[in-house]
Design a binder for this molecule. Sequence first.
Ligand SMILES: NC(=O)c1ccc[n+]([C@@H]2O[C@H](COP(=O)([O-])OP(=O)(O)OC[C@H]3O[C@@H](n4cnc5c(N)ncnc54)[C@H](OP(=O)(O)O)[C@@H]3O)[C@@H](O)[C@H]2O)c1
Length: 237
Amino acid sequence: MDIKHATALVSGANRGIGRALVEALLSAGVTKVYAAARDVEKVVAGDMRVVAVPLDVTDDASVVALAKRADDVTLLVNNAGVLDFGSVVDAPRAAFERNFAANFYGVLAMSKAFAPVIEQNGGGAVVNILTLVALASMPGLGVYNASKAAAWSLNQSLRAALSRRNIAVHGVFPGAVDTDMLAGVEMPKTSPADVAKAIVAGVSTVVEDIFPDPMSSSVYEAWRKDHKAVEKQFAAM
Ligand SMILES: NC(=O)c1ccc[n+]([C@@H]2O[C@H](COP(=O)([O-])OP(=O)(O)OC[C@H]3O[C@@H](n4cnc5c(N)ncnc54)[C@H](OP(=O)(O)O)[C@@H]3O)[C@@H](O)[C@H]2O)c1
């Protein structure tokens, strides 16, 4: 995709990877970027190409209103997400509902609302920020894993459905990234700026499945060779 001619929309654009994605898109010469956030006051503007817009991906009315307003979008980045720690046997149902609401149903609602917009604008792309642990589950992140694995399946179905409408669908599988989401978790992490740059490069060169950091690309290689070995390795963490 030619980023320079794209009008992008990034959900969860006020912090973390979403904020870095806005910066990376601006650096790549994007025409315009809607920086969508639950609280627009928290969006860092400063570049005339940034338009801060309100969005709660779990609220259908908010999603539909934004699709009406941002009717020039050609590149949708479903970045907004939440993570509840805890094992599947201990976590309350509410934790599953919270994670599925944002990480699965949020992606579904946004993709359904914006597919006609992108199509009307001559085609483009949808980018879904998934996670490496969608491929193999880490038990301490059991709730989150399940919602993201479901989103990975959704990503594949969307790709099949939207390719006919001239819309490419990209899945992104980051490893550990240094944002609020993993605050307090001690492990090597990649900066959101580096991850965002790699995502934009992947979309520009039409890489369907993007592994945007050293951890994700090395685990992906191991998973391709022996997915059961990676499952066992993650299970022991
Ligand atoms: N950090 C990692 O290691 C990592 C690894 C793999 C994948 N990811 C994925 O990358 C994406 C971004 O994560 P991050 O690390 O940047 O996390 P983060 O710093 O916690 O930011 C999450 C963003 O999502 C927004 N958000 C949450 N629920 C929302 C909702 N219902 N509607 C609209 N926005 C909502 C948050 O808005 P508020 O400020 O209003 O809460 C915030 O802007 C997520 O999908 C995450 O699963 C992260």
